[in-house]
Structure formats: structure tokens, C-alpha cells
Design a protein around this ligand. Structure first.
Ligand SMILES: [Ca+2]
Ligand SMILES: [Ca+2]
Length: 413
């Protein structure tokens, strides 16, 4: 019994090292903020993962501004693309619309991207007939006020060349950019953008104001990108989504068959990203992979084990000393004084102060315990064994320090 007791008591945290592999400055959005993305790579499908695929009505797939075939759409003045799944879409109070266009015909108003005409839209990017057909502007209509038009004659990008137009709205300020340059801003709008019963339109407004020329790379974000991000977009550099590195927590537990296993299940990722787990046992040639991996093949001894968890963008590591007992770890029947089964139970998460109790099942005995700090109250998440805690009846009680915590108890029978 004492051997296993010591084994569980001696999980010693060597260090917690968080390595952020996501370089660069903080960005304005996460990947989830991309509402729709139309690269027009052979079709009008949405590449955001949200399924807002476009229906093409007469527009023809064509060559893009880089010379790639089948990578942009040509609109002949009587064609368009519509996205019915964005009817009645609730845009909220943050938006960025980015689009590349090349106007080749100068007559009349010409819609580029919108969900309605002017005040019948939530927002639009449209061109006028003014300045030889080079006038370009955005309009936005919000619950608490409108911007009317923004841009208009402030810029005159010439016909027959590709240009980049971006409209942003952050709930108070709307901004308009052309070819990466800030053009104008307005404080007229406020609150959520209105919803309309119309689909998203590209190159048309429900059959009117049809565009003549080429449109490509329509992207709609649920955040207001910064001027730096807009300038990057113009240079072909998409904004990099925010990512918080996962937190690796290496541990060990015993499975339902009594086999000892490395256990990374207390690792976490603030973004909710799926994690991969790699365990490197010092001295072994190959790593082991999985949230929980059996180690009942190891000879008795103490092993240094490093867990690396990754969310595909960033990773972190945690290292423990893993003692493997000469016997008992594989769940024998106890006739030599060892336990047949050891389980870990966790108690109710406490507030930042107070106590938490983890109670063993009635046929188990408490052999050890500790608490697991969460970072809710500002502490570094970690396990602590037999610290500031005590056995009480069939459970393990811990008094909280600064942190929201859960008691855990190692229970044996
Ligand atoms: Ca394209
Ligand atoms: Ca993450």
C-alpha cells in the first residue's frame, strides 16, 4: 500500500512551460469571425466553412488579377450571384466587407456586393456613374443611425484595372478603404446593422444595377478589421486569426482495468480548439500519442515524461516525474498488500475561496489527494498533491488559496 501511496503522492511538477508558436501582434478576429469567403476558385462556393454558397446567374468564371484561369467571375451587365442563406442574416454591430473588382463598363450605377439597394440593404459597396464610372462608395444602415454613403467622389480608381475595396463597421465608426488606403470614415451609424429579407448579392441587386466587369475574392468578416489588416489584405496577406496557446497538464491515472496510464485530459485550450497529445518518455526513441496512453509496459523506475499538446497553431509542454512501482500498478488482487484498483475522483469546483471535497465511492479508501488550480482567479493552472489539503472521512478536503479549484482524491480498494 505504501508503495502506491508514495507513487501518487510523488507526482512532482517539474515545470510548466508555455510556448506560443503563434508569432506576431494581437489581431482583431478569430477564425470563427469569418462569415463568408468567396475566392471564386472555379465556383461561387463559400470557403469559410459556413456553407453560404452562391448561386451563379449568368456570370462566367474567368481569369483573376494574377492571371489564374477560372479564379474570378465576369459579369456582363445582366448577370449576378446570390446567396440565399444570408437572407435575414443578423450582422450584429461589427462587419468588414472586402472585394476586388475591375469595372469595364461605365454606364449607370453598378452593384458590387450588397444585400439590397441603398436603404433597402444592411450594407452595400456600389459604384456610381459619376467621374466616368469611377465613383465608388459604401452605405450602411444600422438600428441607431445610418452612414448614408461613404467614399463616393473621394476617390476615382480608373476603369479596366483591378481595385480593392473594403468597408468596415465597429458599431460606431464606418470606414472605407480603396487599394489599401483609408478614404473616409463616418460616425453616423450606431448599433446593430439592420437585417433584410434579401439574399447577399454579388454583381447585381436583384437584377438591377448590374455590374459590368470582373469581381473576385469577396470576404465578409464579423469584425471591423484594422487599417493595418486592410493594408495587408490589399497585399494579399489575410488577417491571422487570434489563437490562444493550449495549456498542457501532464498527469497519470489508472484505467478501469487497473493499468497505469499517462493522462493529459486536464489540458485545455481557451479557444476550444481540438488538441493533439504527444508524450515523450526520456530515453525512448519514439513518442507516444493520445490523450491517455498506457505505460504498463515500462519497467519499474522513475521516468521523466514531457507532454506536448498542440492546437495545430500553438503548443505547450508539461513535464512530470512518473514513478512506476515494482508491482501493484497493473492491478493485482491485493494479496501482497497492493491495491487491486485505484481511481481518481474530483470534487465540485469551489469559488475563489472556501473549500472543495472529493469523495471516494463507498468501497474505496482515500490514499492521497490534492487540488487542481484553475486560472479563473488568476493562478497558473496546475495540479498540487497533498498541499493545503487533508483526508476527511472517505474524501479529500482542500482549502482554497486564491484560485478556483477542484479537490481530487486518489481512491483505492
Ligand atoms: Ca479568386
Ligand atoms: Ca487555441
Amino acid at each position: 500500500m505504501m508503495e502506491l501511496f508514495r507513487m501518487y503522492r510523488q507526482y512532482l511538477k517539474l515545470c510548466v512551460v508555455v510556448l506560443s508558436l503563434a508569432a506576431g501582434s494581437a489581431q482583431a478576429y478569430t477564425a470563427a469571425d469569418l462569415i463568408a469567403d468567396y475566392p471564386f476558385s472555379g465556383d461561387a462556393n463559400d470557403h469559410s466553412g459556413n456553407g453560404h454558397h452562391g448561386i451563379v446567374n449568368g456570370a462566367t468564371i474567368s481569369t483573376d488579377r494574377h492571371g489564374n484561369t477560372d479564379s474570378a467571375y465576369y459579369f456582363d451587365g445582366s448577370s449576378g450571384i446570390s446567396v440565399s442563406s444570408l437572407e435575414n442574416y443578423h450582422w450584429g454591430d461589427k462587419l468588414t466587407v472586402s472585394v476586388w473588382y475591375m469595372r469595364t463598363g461605365s454606364a449607370g450605377y453598378q452593384a458590387i456586393v450588397n444585400n439590397g439597394y441603398y436603404s433597402g440593404s444592411s450594407w452595400e459597396i456600389r459604384m456610381g456613374a459619376e467621374n466616368g464610372g469611377t465613383a465608388i462608395f459604401t452605405s450602411m444602415f444600422a438600428q441607431g443611425g445610418d452612414i448614408g454613403t461613404l467614399g463616393w467622389l473621394d476617390v476615382s480608381p480608373p476603369l479596366n484595372t483591378w481595385h480593392h475595396a473594403v468597408a468596415t463597421y465597429d458599431g460606431a465608426v464606418a470606414k472605407f478603404y480603396v487599394d489599401g488606403q483609408f478614404i473616409a470614415e463616418s460616425y453616423g451609424a450606431s448599433g446593430d446593422l439592420i437585417s433584410t429579407g434579401q439574399p447577399l448579392y454579388i454583381g447585381t441587386v436583384n437584377g438591377s444595377s448590374n455590374f459590368t466587369g470582373f469581381i473576385d475574392d469577396v470576404q465578409i468578416y464579423g469584425v471591423a478589421l484594422t487599417s493595418a489588416e486592410v493594408a495587408d489584405l490589399y497585399q494579399g496577406v489575410p488577417p491571422q486569426p487570434n489563437n490562444t496557446a493550449p495549456i498542457a497538464v501532464a498527469g497519470a491515472s489508472v484505467d478501469s482495468n487497473g493499468n497505469q496510464q499517462l493522462d493529459g485530459s486536464q489540458s485545455s485550450d481557451a479557444d476550444g480548439d481540438a488538441l493533439t497529445y504527444q508524450w515523450q518518455i526520456l530515453g525512448e526513441a519514439s513518442a507516444r500519442y493520445g490523450e491517455k496512453v498506457l505505460v504498463n509496459d515500462l519497467a519499474p523506475g522513475t521516468y521523466t515524461v514531457t507532454l506536448t499538446v498542440s492546437d495545430a497553431t500553438a503548443s505547450s509542454t508539461d513535464t512530470i516525474n512518473l514513478p512506476i512501482a515494482a508491482s501493484g500498478a497493473k492491478g493485482d488482487k491485493g494479496d501482497d498488500g497492493n491495491f487491486s484498483q485505484i481511481i481518481q475522483v474530483t470534487g465540485v469546483e469551489s469559488a475563489c475561496s472556501g473549500s472543495s471535497v472529493a469523495t471516494c465511492p463507498s468501497d474505496y479508501t482515500v490514499i492521497s489527494g490534492g487540488h487542481q488550480l484553475a486560472n479563473t482567479c488568476g493562478c497558473i493552472p496546475e495540479y498540487r498533491y497533498v498541499i493545503n489539503s487533508k483526508k476527511s472521512g472517505n474524501g479529500w478536503t482542500v482549502q482554497m488559496e486564491c484560485a478556483t479549484s477542484q479537490a481530487f482524491a486518489m481512491c483505492a480498494k
